[in-house]
Design a protein around this ligand. Structure first.
Ligand code: S3P
Length: 425
């Protein structure tokens, strides 16, 4: 898709629902008793993969434009799937559902697309086995397809080597079926949507600093959930509003959970004009409207415990850094290599093709910003976040850019290009 340069963006938009929260609403609703109703559910391909997996596990789910209704069958109500469960492109589906499947009295096989079949699953296989789970990688290389069979689960205290909400959530969900508490300590706090939402469904979950603990839980109860807008999707418009001269955008209803809001902190550190308005709580999650005005950005340093709070926004942040004055250093972000694409490679190669001064490092990148960028053919590697971040880079580049496999945006933001054109001043 060709993206032409634009002079500025103006107006208001409501971005789609949060991907992480949408996945969890279906999963927890399926294993709760009674009905769970979800509004502003993200109708992206990843979340639809979660719905299709739970339908295969015997759960009735109605999906209408107004709301999703999940007819939960309780912790022990899932039935053996007829056929292989397909998680598509979704790491969240694959890793979280594995925790639930480990506690079931039947065997399931779970796989996904070419990208999923390359992503590391040892990070869940090893601790699930420590709990007693019967889980094997059918490919023999610790990737999907995964075969998960019935086995009694025990409590553990797991010291996770990575700050990963997918690993933490997988183990907490398996903990629902264990005979003793399960606790997970991470090197830095990852997004805590599972802890917040599972507690609202009636689980006994507690958090202390970087440790989350779940007690054996007899039952969960269906809930009503209004999904906040996804800050990871807002990130592209935040970047565009800051980068394009004369822009002013009001991005409504953005989730600003402190485990997710790193991009706002970084935008402010880069001297971006970002204001949080109308702060409020929606379904237990902090939300606001973000007012963004074009700004002269400056380089910054990003690392340490801030990384998990902005890991999915690094493609957008790298684009901001390429247009900023001075140097931006991103470190402690080796996890970028195991996302939907190797995002250190895909960011560095594509920004360099547009004329940026950028160098890959072992755990991040160094960007000497301020060079004018120009047209290039961008290979998204079917990674939705690369497609969207480089569409934003194109808006200010001489000659725009051509984005290969721009359709990947359907993973998390099907209406991305419509929303973008609605804001062109
Ligand atoms: C997610 C956790 C993060 C994030 C992913 C969604 C989740 O992955 O990158 O897009 O919903 O739990 P990791 O847990 O691998 O860091």
């Amino acid at each position: 898709m060709f993206i032409k340069p634009v002079s500025s963006l103006k107006g208001e938009l409501r971005i789609p629902g949060d991907k992480s929260i949408s996945h969890r609403s279906v999963m927890f609703g399926a294993i709760a008793e009674g009905i769970t109703e979800v509004t502003h559910f993200l109708q992206g391909a990843d979340c639809l993969s979660t719905i299709s997996c739970f339908r295969k596990l015997g759960i009735e789910i109605e999906n209408t434009p107004q709301k999703i209704t999940i007819y939960g069958k309780g912790l022990h109500g899932l039935s053996a799937p007829d056929g292989i469960l397909d998680a598509g492109n979704s790491g969240t589906t694959t890793r979280l559902i594995s925790g639930i499947l480990a506690g079931q009295p039947f065997t399931s096989t779970l796989t996904g697309d070419a990208s999923i079949q390359k992503r590391p699953m040892k990070r869940i296989i090893a601790p699930l086995r420590e709990m007693g789970a019967d889980i094997t990688s059918l490919s023999g290389n610790d990737c999907a397809p995964l075969k998960i069979s019935s086995a009694p689960l025990h409590g553990i205290h797991y010291q996770s080597p990575v700050a990963s909400a997918q690993v933490k959530s997988c183990l907490l969900l398996a903990g629902l079926y264990a005979d003793a508490p399960v606790s997970v300590t991470e090197p830095a706090l990852s997004r805590n949507h599972t802890e917040l939402m599972l507690a609202s469904f009636g689980a006994n979950v507690t958090s202390e600093q970087t440790t989350a603990t779940i007690q054996p839980t007899p039952r969960l109860y269906g809930q009503r959930i209004d999904v906040p807008g996804d800050i990871s999707s807002a990130a592209y418009f935040l970047a565009a509003g800051l980068l394009l001269p004369g822009s002013e955008l009001l991005i409504r209803n953005v989730g600003i959970n402190p485990t997710r809001d790193g991009i706002i902190r970084v935008a402010k550190a880069m001297q971006g004009n970002v204001t949080e308005l109308n702060a409020r709580i929606v379904s237990g999650e902090p939300v606001c409207d973000l007012l963004v005005r074009s700004s002269e950005l400056h380089g910054t340093e990003i690392g340490g415990s801030l990384i998990p709070a902005l890991i999915d926004e690094i493609p957008a942040i790298a684009v901001m850094a390429a247009y900023a004055n001075g140097t931006t250093v991103i470190k402690d972000a080796a996890e970028l290599k195991v996302k939907e694409s190797n995002r250190i490679d895909t960011i560095v190669t594509n920004l360099r093709a547009m004329g940026a001064d950028i160098t890959a490092t072992e755990d991040g990148m160094v960007i000497n910003g301020g060079r004018p960028l120009h047209h290039a053919v961008i290979d998204s590697h079917m990674d939705h976040r690369i497609a969207m971040a480089f569409s934003i880079a194109a808006l200010r580049a001489e000659g725009g850019a051509d984005i290969r496999d721009a359709k990947a945006v359907s993973i998390s933001y099907p209406a991305f290009y419509q929303d973008l054109s609605s804001l062109e001043a």
